[in-house]
Design a protein around this ligand. Sequence first.
Ligand code: COA
Length: 633
Amino acid sequence: MPILEKETVRDQNSQVLPKVPVPPLKQTLDTYLRCVQQLVKEEQFKKTKAIVEKFGAPGGVGEVLQKKLLERRDKTNNWVYDYWLEDMYLNNRLALPVNSSPVMVFPKQTFRDHKDALRFAARLIRGVLDYKALIDARALPVEFARGQLAGTPLCMEQYYRLFTSYRYPGPKTDMLKVQMNTASSAPEHIIVACKNQFFVLDVVANSKQLNEAELFSQLEKIMKMSENAEERLPPLGILTSDGRTEWAQARDTLIKDQTNRDSLALIESCVCVVCLDEHSGLEPSDTTRALLMLHGGGREKNGANRWYDKSMQFVVGMDGICGVVCEHSPFEGIVLVQCSEYVMKYITGSPSKMAMASSIRELRPPRRLLWKCNSHIQGHLKASGDRLQKLVNNLDMDAFKFKVYGKEFIKKQKMSPDAFIQVALQLAFYKCSGRLVSTYESASIRRFQEGRVDNIRSATPEALAFVKSMTDERATFTDSEKIKHLMDAINAQTNYTIAAITGMAIDNHLLGLMKIAKELNMEKPEIFCDETYLTSNQFILSTSQVPTTVEMFCCYGPVVSNGYGACYNPQSDHIFFCVSSFWENTETSSVVFIKALNEGLLEIRDLFNRNSAAATKLADSRQGAGQPHKSGK
Ligand code: COA
C-alpha cells in the first residue's frame, strides 16, 4: 500500500541541499550503548552490549544492512523519509487528538457577540488565503537555521504540504496524500464546521476570491443554516477522532453510499477546515484553552466539530477560545507556528478591510454536506464518542509560565538555552521519579533534502550525574561540583544537538537498519528484538521546543500511557511550558511535574548566584591580597 502519494513538483531549494547522511555504523552503535546504559538494569545492559557487539562485528549483519542503506541513500532524495513517516505516524493506530495532533493556542479573544466571532473568522480565512497565495506562488522566503550552526538554508518542502495534504485512515496503516497542485487545479473551497455540521464555503466566485465582507456574509449564512434543528445531520466528525483502525472501518461503511462519498471527497480536497465552536462554558485559563484545543471538550462540547484527518483546522470559539489543530504527518510544529503567526499578524496587524469593501456580491449560499447514516454508522458514532470521552477525561494538562528568567539569563551563563531547559526537564523528572527515562527531543534535520526530524536523547549519563548531585540528600556535593556536573550535562546535550541537526543522531539510523532488514526479508536482527531497544523507544518524556514570536503557544499530549508531553517556548525573560500526562497513570501528574520543574529552575538559578557571589568574593580577596599593606610605620 502506498504510504505517500505525491504528485511532486520538486522544491527548487531542496535540490541544492545535501542529502541526509547515513552515520557510520560503529558511531551509532557506540552512541546507542551510551544512551541506554543508564536506562536499563546492569544485567540487561550486559546482554545488550553483547548483542550490539555481535551486530556490529566485522562481516556481521550490521555491515550488510549498512551497505544497503548507503545504496538506498544514493537512490533516493532522503533515505529515511518514508521509513520515518510510516513509523512515526502512519502505522500508529492511536486516535489523532491528544496522541498525535499538536495544537497552537491563540490568545483569548474578546467577542461581544457571534458577529464579532464571525468577523474574526472571516479575517482569519483571508489571512490563510493570503498565506496560501504566497505558498502557491513559491514566494515564501527560504528560511535559514538559527541557534546552533546558524546560517544554513533549510528545506521548505513542508510548507507546500500545509494546505494540500489529507491523511486517509487505513486498517493497518494510513495514507498521507499530498497534492502538489498547479495553480489551476488548486482547491478553492474550505470546509466550515458549525454545530457538528459541515459546510462547503467556496472562496472563489467568478474567478475572484471572496473579500472579508463576503466571507463574513457567507459565514453568517452557515451559522443560520446550522441552527435549523430539523436539517441537522449526525455528528460525523467524531468518527475522525477515533483510533485509526476504528475510523477506517467506519469509513468503509460510509463510502458504500454515493452521498457520503461526495461529501468525503469535498472534505478531502479542501484548503483547510474552519471550526466555529460553541461556548465551552469554561473559564478560559491557558490550561483549559490548551485542553479544548487538543480534544474539543468531547462530544458534549465541540469534540465532533472537527475533521482530524485534515492537516489544518482553525478553531474560532464563540467564547473567544481560538487556535489551530494540526495533523502532524505532513509537517513539523515550526511550520505550523510560521503559518499561525502569519495569520495572527494578518488579523491583528492591519485595520479590517470589511468597511473598505465597496460591494458585496450576491453569492450562492454555502452548501451543507449531506450524510446517509444507517444503524451501523450510528453504532460507530456512539462508540467513537465514548472513546473520545475517555480520552478527554484522561488528559491531565498543566500550562505554566516560568517568569523568573528566560533565554537571556541562560545565555549570560554562556550556555545553550535549549540544552539548559532539557537538563532542567531531566531534573524535574528525576525529582518526581528518582530515575531517568528514555527521552525524545525533536531536532530539525531541515538542513537536508526533505528533512524532517531526528531525536536528541536527552537522558545522558552526564544529566544523570547532575540530577543526582542536585538531589543528594546527604549534601555530599559542593556548589562547584554541582556546577561542574551542570556544565558537563549541558555540553553533552549541546553536542548531541549538534550531532542530531547534522544528521548524526541514532534513531533514524537504527530505524533504517531495521526497516531495510525487513525489506530484504531477513529475520529481525536480535538488536531490535532486545528488551533494551523496546524500552529505549518508549519515550516516557517526549519534549519539543516550539518557540513563537507572537503571543501564542503550542502543546501536545504524551506519546505513551505512562509518559509526559512537555512542550516549551523559551522567550527572552520567561519560559512557557505545557506539560501533559494521563490521569489513569498513577505514576504521572502534570502539576507535580511542573512543581518540580519550577523548583529545579530556581535551584539552578540559586546555584549560579551562589557561585558567582563566591567567585566575586574570591576575586576580591585575591585583589585584596595583592595590594601592598599600608604600614603605620
Ligand atoms: N552561550 C550563549 N548563547 C548561546 C549559547 C552559549 N553557549 N548556545 C546557544 N546560544 C544562543 C544561540 O546563539 C541562539 O541565539 P539566538 O536566539 O540569537 O538565535 C539561542 O541561544 C538559542 O540557541 P539554543 O538554545 O542552543 O537552541 P537552538 O535554537 O539551536 O535550538 C533545537 C535547538 C534542537 C531546538 C533546534 O535545533 C531544532 O531542531 N528546532 C526544531 C525543533 C522542532 O522541530 N520542534 C517542533 C517539533 S513538532
